[in-house]
Design a binder for this molecule. Structure first.
Ligand code: NDP
Length: 433
């Protein structure tokens, strides 16, 4: 914390991981050699660059962009690109750090990275988005490649942005190898990649409930966010017989006790795709709109935060607990604050951290890399089977490493220890680098 006092998100992520692995780390001298922990906390490389582009008015715009290459111990750096005004080195370092453990949990050969820019895609024309993506690749192309670093999408970076970056990469290098995942199906993308994080989250939740002899069917579910992860989490939750009663965006939440239907979800998708707000959706379906509020104040059994980091605070955790929440699983990265997580643990609420529960997206990206290397496209059912298998395997790892003396499973501890062990073993084997 002395070295990076100005990087609160990074320190928060590191603190959370260290707190939960500390007893295990202290009991295993094997991991206390070679400066292993200190090396694990320092990204291997952080690239920071300027992106200049011309807007529709002919004016030059300048943004900052980054790529954090955190760890290549297990395989090529892998992690998404985020376009959002809040993007800075602290947020990307926290995401790359978390990504390293998450990718390790998938058991696929992927290291950890993350990147992005403070570019705000909101209100930009398609031409502006394209020119920005191309300008960004003018620099980023030097640092990525199929065996080096394979980025993907994240907040503000969907299929359209990935496609523009892939196109520019090809133009600059004269190669068509896999340098991004989350590509369109017509140029090397994988079936089920858009759905993977949301679907995977529900596969993980199903495994958690199964552990308690229960299932998603009949459960009341609160989801936050209304983007990629939230939409497909809602879709799979409905498919499994759950009733989803909330969604949100950065302006407010919708509360609909009658629950989502496939028709309502199609409408939400439509509104979000054309840049609309959740308030518009609430009006259209005649549901309650909670202006400026999170969805955590309403009675629910399962809470799935799927929007962004630090969107679920202690006050929200208290409200959820008072309203009888049974399980919290993170679709977003680090949506719950440390205080909120402590409250869940104290109240006996099963809590699954993002690095385990939302690993389905990057796992399917790993499967996209495999398909590209094979020059094959797998069927949707095949990808879904792999995804399901990977999520249940991650759940098993969490149970193995996270079971407490009381018999309860501490998923946070389980995920952190399992991820740590895999990265640590690879680093120890490769020597001091
Ligand atoms: P999207 O950009 O598709 O959606 C983000 C959603 O979060 C939008 O509904 C957005 O609302 C909302 N949001 C953003 N900022 C805030 C805020 N401050 N308060 C409340 N809501 C907010 O992103 P994704 O769905 O892809 O990603 C969501 C989360 O999941 C992120 O944490 C991401 O890192 C994580 N994740 C994503 C994966 C993926 O495969 N896409 C994989 C693993 C993790 P608005 O429209 O108002 O901005």
């Amino acid at each position: 914390s002395q070295r990076y006092p100005h990087q609160p998100e990074y320190l928060q992520a590191v603190r959370e991981v260290l707190n939960s692995i500390w007893p295990f780390y202290s009991a295993n001298p094997k991991y206390q050699q070679q400066g292993l922990l200190e090396r694990m906390l320092e990204p291997e490389r952080l690239i920071r660059f300027r992106v200049c582009w011309v807007d529709d008015k002919g004016e030059v715009q300048i943004n900052r962009a980054f790529r954090v290459q955190h760890s290549s111990a297990i395989g090529p750096y892998k992690g998404g690109m985020r376009f959002h005004p809040s993007v800075n080195a602290s947020i990307l370092k926290f995401l790359a750090f978390e990504q390293t453990f998450k990718n390790a949990l998938t058991s696929l050969p992927m290291g950890g990275g993350k990147g992005g820019s403070d570019f705000d895609p909101k209100g930009k024309s398609d031409g502006e988005i394209m020119r920005f993506c191309q300008a960004l690749m003018l620099e980023l192309h030097r640092h990525v490649g199929p065996d080096t670093d394979v980025p993907a999408g994240d907040i503000g970076v969907g299929a359209r942005e990935v496609a523009y970056m892939v196109g520019m990469m090809k133009k600059l290098t004269n190669r068509t190898s896999c340098v991004f995942t989350g590509k369109g199906l017509t140029f090397g993308g994988s079936e089920l990649r858009p759905e993977a994080t949301g679907y995977g989250l529900l596969y993980f939740v199903s495994a958690m409930l199964e552990e308690q002899g229960q299932s998603v069917a009949g459960k009341i579910i609160s989801v936050s966010g209304s983007g990629n992860v939230a939409q497909f989490a809602i879709e799979k939750a409905m498919e499994l017989g759950g009733k989803v009663i909330t969604a949100s965006d950065s302006s407010g939440s919708v509360y609909d006790p009658a629950g989502f239907t496939p028709e309502k979800l199609a409408l939400l998708r439509d509104i979000k795709e054309r840049g609309g707000r959740i308030s518009e959706y609430a009006r259209a379906v005649g549901a309650e709109y909670l202006e400026g509020r999170t969805p955590w104040s309403v009675p629910t059994e399962l809470a799935l935060p799927c929007a962004t980091q630090n969107e679920l605070h202690a006050v929200d955790a208290k409200a959820l607990i008072a309203n009888g929440v049974q399980l919290v699983a993170e679709g977003a990265n680090m949506p719950s604050t440390a205080d909120a997580i402590s409250l869940f643990h104290e109240a006996g609420v099963a809590f699954a951290p993002g690095k385990a529960a939302n690993a389905g997206g990057v796992a399917t990206s790993g499967l996209e890399m495999s398909q590209n290397a094979q020059r094959l496209s797998w069927r949707r059912e095949t990808v879904d089977e792999h995804l399901h298998h990977i999520m249940t395997s991650i759940h098993k790892l969490c149970v193995e490493h996270g079971r407490e003396e009381s018999g309860r499973i501490n998923y946070e501890k389980g995920a952190n220890i399992a991820g740590f062990v895999r990265v640590a073993e690879a680093m120890l084997a490769q020597g001091v680098l």
